[in-house]
Write a protein that binds this ligand. Structure first.
Ligand code: DX5
Ligand code: ZN
Length: 224
């Protein structure tokens, strides 16, 4: 099933509830929340209080993407605030297995994220432990960047690894997803599509969400 996960990073934070609800009205079945600490990535965003406020504004699952050092320290607070899905970066976790088990033990869906330069093979030993793998198709830190085409091959490789291992994780892609790139990521095998700028950058988030989903669904029919 294809799902769109609008990233609130590009929303108007003073009207966050309203903008989130507009995206959900357009067909978004989850919301993507980008957490940045100014260390792991060169930008700072939000923490658990914003997740707690968003939790009150909508019922859809909140997909919290932790771009922070020492994520284990903050996983419980994000789950308590209402995070349903939590992903940590392979590059930020010295003890990745432990971090993934921690998320599982708190009851959230477990995700692992790869930066553009990190090979998918680095996940070979943990694919059984995750509910989803998030492929970064830009270098994390900012919205509105240009899609990196080499991400398509990483998505295809993950599909192959999933088949070979007989496991069940879903594939999410994040960065530079817009009308002109959404089709190729879907055809490569991505199932959860994060879009920030393309949903909240300009125009109506509801209409933007509808159009992106339409383009994504058309592309599923062209999958080979
Ligand atoms: C980047 C974030 C993304 C970002 C995507 O570090 O992880 O979720 O919001 O934004 P767009 O869709 O504008 O590339
Ligand atoms: Zn993200």
């Amino acid at each position: 099933m294809i799902e769109l996960a609008p990233s609130i990073l590009s929303a108007d934070f003073a009207r966050l509830g309203e903008q989130a609800q507009a995206a959900v009205a357009g067909g978004a079945t989850m919301l993507h929340v980008d957490v940045m600490d100014g260390h792991f990535v060169p930008n700072i965003t939000i923490g658990p209080p914003v997740v707690a406020s968003l939790r009150k504004a909508t019922d859809v699952p909140l997909d919290v993407h932790l771009m922070i050092e020492n994520p284990d320290q903050f996983v419980p607070a994000f789950v308590d605030a209402g995070a349903d899905w939590i992903s940590v970066h392979q590059e930020a976790c010295t003890h990745l297995h432990r971090s993934l088990e921690l998320i599982r033990s708190k009851g959230a869906q477990v995700g692992v994220v790869l930066n553009p330069a990190t090979p998918v093979q680095t996940l070979g030993e943990v694919l059984e432990l995750v509910d989803f793998v998030l492929v970064m198709s830009v270098n994390p830190g900012f919205g509105g960047q240009k899609f990196i085409p080499a991400s398509l091959d990483k998505i295809r490789k993950l599909v192959t690894m999933r088949n070979a291992k007989g496991v069940n994780f879903r594939i999410e892609v994040d960065g530079g997803i817009a009308r002109d790139t959404i089709g190729e990521v879907v055809r490569a095998g991505a199932e959860i599509l994060v879009a920030g700028n393309a949903v909240f950058g300009k125009g109506d988030p509801r209409k933007n969400t509808e159009e992106l989903l339409r383009a994504a669904r058309e592309a599923t029919m062209q999958r080979v």
